[in-house]
Design a protein. Structure first.
Length: 231
């Protein structure tokens, strides 16, 4: 994916709400596509818009060897180098929205540490179809945007394994292809196919502009001080 093209696309979406993008999708005939299932929610009130970077994990088949705690410490080194690793992190470009199919497993694939590493590389948010997120107090403190089905306590070991990257995945009933536009806020997440992303943005902005005009007049009538959402 060309980074300059990504930047131009993200600039079109930087001020759009998920609801506006949903409207833009409707205008393009995608009434029943794009909206990620409402069971996948934001960890906290936040927003993010980015380019989909996809990877897939599967349940770990095992078996887990019977080990002493000291032996387990050594086994974990093997596990993270050969079973559950994250080669997609090295590919992250500024503006990437990390979309991870974790097969619905209750596992904390993303936490307070590796989320910061991804942020340093340019990731703007995370979308997961299982738990996939733990250390949530710190993640919130660090202002890492995350949308997931639930919160997980368990670590990765003997629960999940890496399969592949840069492939189409499905999260919340929506197919996500690498390079698609992904947006999330308090209303959830929406995925815009890249081939229609420019046109969707055009109609979404029109709806947002119309909304601002109407809401601004309500503010004036009610004596509410104007804020950035209506200016």
């Amino acid at each position: 994916m060309d980074q300059k093209e990504n930047e131009k696309l993200l600039d079109l979406y930087k001020d759009l709400r998920v609801a506006d993008i949903r409207d833009g999708m409707d205008w393009m005939g995608y009434h029943h596509y794009g909206t990620v299932d409402y069971s996948i929610k934001p960890l906290f009130r936040t927003r993010a818009v980015g380019i989909a970077r996809c990877a897939r994990y599967l349940p770990y088949e095992g078996p887990l060897p019977r080990l002493s705690p000291e032996e387990y410490t050594e086994w974990v080194k093997y596990y993270y180098s050969e079973v559950c690793y994250d080669p997609w992190t090295k590919d992250i470009q500024p503006g990437d929205f990390i979309c991870l199919d974790v097969a619905g497993i209750n596992v904390g694939l993303i936490g307070s540490n590796n989320s910061l590493d991804c942020k340093k590389r340019g990731a703007v948010g995370f979308l997961l179809n299982g738990g996939g997120i733990r250390d949530t107090d710190e993640v919130i403190l660090q202002k890492i945007p995350v949308w997931s089905k639930f919160i997980s306590q368990p670590m990765d070991q003997a629960r999940i394994r890496y399969l592949e990257k840069d492939i189409p995945i499905a999260i919340g009933g929506v197919a996500i292809y690498p390079g698609d536009l992904v947006a999330g806020d308090g209303d959830g997440v929406i995925v815009v196919p890249r081939k229609v992303a420019v046109d969707v943005a055009k109609y979404a902005k029109r709806e947002l502009d119309n909304d601002k005009v109407g809401r601004k007049q309500h503010y004036i009538d009610l004596g509410i001080e104007l804020d950035d959402t209506v200016k």
